[in-house]
Design a protein around this ligand. Structure first.
Ligand code: KIV
Length: 296
C-alpha cells in the first residue's frame, strides 16, 4: 500500500494506471467535484479522475461562462477537493489567462496547483498550438491533460458553444491537435463536443487515453459535470448529459420541510434539545421560585 492511499486498500490512480486501462480496454471514469463533500462522495465510489473543472465558474460561482474565474478562486476549490480525495487522480483546470501570457507564467501557475492545491495534474485547453507549452509544464514535473474540440475558454472565438470537427479540414486539424498533444506526453486528452466518428478515430490513433464529453461512446473514458448528472444546473441539459439523480428536487423538498416545521413549531422537538443536568435544573428551579416569592 502506498503512502498516498491513506490506508485505502484500492489502488491509487496514476497516469500510468490510466494508460494501462486504455491498453486493457477498461473504461476510465471521470467526474467533476468542486468541494470537500462532493469530492468524498465521488472518490468513495471509485471514480478514476476527479476534475476540479473551471466549469465551477458556472456551477458554483454563478458566472455566465468560464472566462472570469481566477487561479486563486480555482485554488480555493482544489484545496477543498484535495481534502476529500484519496484514491482518484486529482486533476485541476488551468483557468483562462493563467497560461496564455507566457510559458514561465504558465509553469508558475501550474506549480501553484500542485504546491498549494495538492493537484496531481493540470488540464490545459488547446491542441497543436499548446504542445510546446505543455512540454514545458511537463518538464517542470507537472503532468498535463489536454482538452480539444469544443474548448469553453475559446467561446468568444468559436462564437458560442458549437460542436466542433464537422468538416474534413476541421477533422484533420483535430487529429493534428490530438497527435501533437500525444507526442508532447499528455496524461490523457479530453475530447469535448465532437462527432462520435471523429472521437473514435482519435482514440484509436493516439497512445494517451481519451476522455469524452459529448464525444460518443468510443472514447477510452467518459467525464460529466457533477451538477449536470444531479440536475443542479437550473438550465436544460445538453444532448449528451444523462441525469442520474434529481438533487434539486431533493434539496428543495428538504428545505421546504424544514421551513414548515419551524413555522409550525415542530422543529426542534424536546429530543432534539440539550437539557440541564438534574441537580442544576433543581437548583435553578429553587432560585427562580425564591425570586418569584421575593417579588410578591
Ligand atoms: O471544466 C470542466 O468541467 C471541464 C469538463 C467539462 C471536461 O473541462
Amino acid at each position: 500500500m502506498s503512502l498516498t492511499s491513506f490506508g485505502d486498500p484500492r489502488q491509487k490512480i496514476t497516469a500510468a494506471l490510466l494508460r494501462e486501462k486504455k491498453l486493457r480496454h477498461e473504461p476510465i471514469t471521470c467526474l467533476t467535484a468542486y468541494d470537500y463533500s462532493s469530492a468524498r462522495l465521488v472518490d468513495a465510489v471509485a471514480i478514476d479522475i476527479v476534475l476540479v473543472g473551471d466549469s465551477l465558474a458556472q456551477t458554483m460561482l454563478g458566472y455566465d461562462n468560464t472566462l472570469s474565474v481566477t487561479v486563486d478562486e480555482m485554488l480555493h476549490h482544489v484545496r477543498a477537493v484535495r481534502r476529500g480525495v484519496k484514491h482518484a487522480l486529482l486533476l485541476a483546470d488551468m483557468p483562462y489567462g493563467s497560461y496564455h501570457a507566457s510559458w514561465d507564467e504558465a509553469v508558475r501557475n501550474a506549480a501553484r496547483f500542485v504546491k498549494e492545491g495538492g493537484a496531481e495534474a493540470v488540464k490545459i485547453e488547446g491542441g497543436e498550438k499548446r504542445a510546446d507549452l505543455i512540454r514545458r509544464v511537463i518538464d517542470a514535473e507537472i503532468p498535463v491533460a489536454g482538452h480539444i474540440g469544443l474548448t469553453p475558454q475559446s467561446v468568444n472565438v468559436m462564437s458560442g458553444y458549437r460542436v466542433q470537427g464537422k468538416t474534413l479540414s476541421d477533422i484533420e486539424q483535430l487529429m493534428r491537435d490530438a497527435v501533437a498533444l500525444d507526442r508532447a506526453g499528455v496524461t490523457c486528452v479530453f475530447l469535448e463536443g465532437i462527432p462520435r466518428e471523429v472521437a473514435a478515430m482519435i482514440s484509436a490513433e493516439i497512445q494517451a487515453p481519451t476522455i469524452g464529453i459529448g464525444a460518443g461512446p468510443d472514447c477510452d473514458g467518459q467525464v460529466l459535470v457533477f451538477h449536470d448528472i444531479l440536475n443542479l444546473t437550473f438550465a436544460p441539459p445538453a444532448k449528451f448529459v444523462r441525469r442520474y439523480g434529481d438533487a434539486a428536487a431533493e434539496i428543495s423538498h428538504a428545505v421546504q420541510a424544514f421551513r414548515a416545521d419551524v413555522l409550525s413549531r415542530q422543529y426542534p422537538s424536546d429530543d432534539e434539545s440539550y437539557h440541564l443536568p438534574k441537580e442544576t435544573k433543581a437548583a435553578l428551579d429553587t432560585l427562580l421560585e425564591r425570586k418569584r416569592n421575593m417579588r410578591r
